[in-house]
Design a protein around this ligand. Structure first.
Ligand code: HPA
Length: 313
């Protein structure tokens, strides 16, 4: 393993009771999901050797390891953005670490502006593909062959089987889920209306300032990705109103119960290797209080926390 990552991975492995199977990267204002993790171990990014620190409002910057319905997971609550001035190598370090810890699949989430007129603030959008408008690529530079090929294929970057699973989970937990293309830009200024019109003509449905670098790095490592955008606002020029970061956070607060419900059952299904027609709803904390134990409670028996995941390398 690359020496730059060895210390980070050893530090985390020494503290985790079991290697993770699924990783989750939480976007702006979406940190609530981390509270659903059981037997939690929380480590602020600042205490993890080799981890760059994130400082944006709404980004906690904490790694949470534990289990969800018996599935060993690692959640990255808060991400490192390119617009903070970090080099691309730092932006993708946390995602790389998820792969090196043994995560077979990763769920990436983000807050995004709706470009397509069918989108509404509060919608959740399954990412079918992306357009990289960062003007750079995290793989530029000498290729690390231990991660993957020099010219990795990106045609199934948002894996078709995982998208199928996510759609089935959404139906099962009754959370409406749209689907579309995410265009990634550097920010930090929001886009101009002319840019949004251009992105629409490129086939994009939503725009955001993250995700694309991580997905490229994970794809390079052969880690399966499923992406979910929370449409927090309509993109510039769609409505006659200015864009505010506050609105982004307000919308994520409004959506968080739905988002956690979807993500919880999705992560459990991914960890258990379930097919779309054999899903078990995992109760969220709210549902646990209200509902009497049903089939969902049995989800816990699905996969032993001791089971060893298929390590990538
Ligand atoms: N543009 C870019 N990034 C975003 C937006 C937006 O409108 N909303 C949330 N993240």
């Amino acid at each position: 393993m690359d020496a730059r990552f060895a210390e980070t991975v050893e530090f985390l492995r020494a503290r985790m009771p079991v290697p993770p199977v699924v990783g989750v990267i939480l976007g702006s204002g979406l940190g609530d999901f981390a509270a659903a993790v059981e037997d939690r171990l929380e480590i602020p990014y600042a205490q993890i050797p080799g981890f760059p620190a994130s400082a944006v409002v709404g980004h906690a910057g904490t790694l949470v390891a534990g289990t969800l319905a018996g599935v060993p997971i690692v959640v990255l609550s808060g991400r490192i953005h390119f617009y903070e001035g970090h080099p691309m190598s730092a932006v993708v370090t946390p995602a790389r670490v998820l792969g090196l810890l043994g995560c077979r699949d990763v769920v990436v989430t983000n807050a995004a502006g709706g470009i397509d007129r069918s989108m509404r603030p509060g919608d959740l959008m399954l990412i079918s593909d992306h357009v990289n408008l960062f003007g750079t690529n995290p793989l530029i530079g000498p290729n690390d062959d231990s991660f993957g090929a020099r010219f990795p294929d990106m045609s199934d970057a948002y894996r078709a089987d995982l998208r199928k699973l996510a759609k089935a989970v959404a139906r099962k937990v009754r959370v409406p889920l749209k689907e579309g293309v995410y265009v990634g830009v550097t920010g930090p200024s929001y886009e101009t209306p002319a840019e949004i019109r251009a992105f629409r003509s490129l086939g994009a449905h939503a725009v955001g300032m993250s995700t694309v670098p991580e997905v490229i790095a994970l794809g390079h490592m052969g880690v399966g990705v499923v992406g979910i955008s929370c449409i927090t606002n309509m993109a510039a020029g769609v409505l006659r109103q200015p864009l505010r970061h506050d609105e982004v956070l307000e919308t994520t607060r409004r959506v968080k119960d739905r988002f956690v419900r979807l993500l919880t059952t999705l992560v459990a299904a991914m960890g258990e290797g379930r097919s779309p027609d054999r899903l078990v709803v995992v109760p969220t904390r709210k549902a646990k209080v209200a509902a009497k134990p049903g089939p969902a409670a049995r989800a816990k028996g699905g996969r032993s926390a001791k089971a060893s995941p298929r390590g990538k390398r």
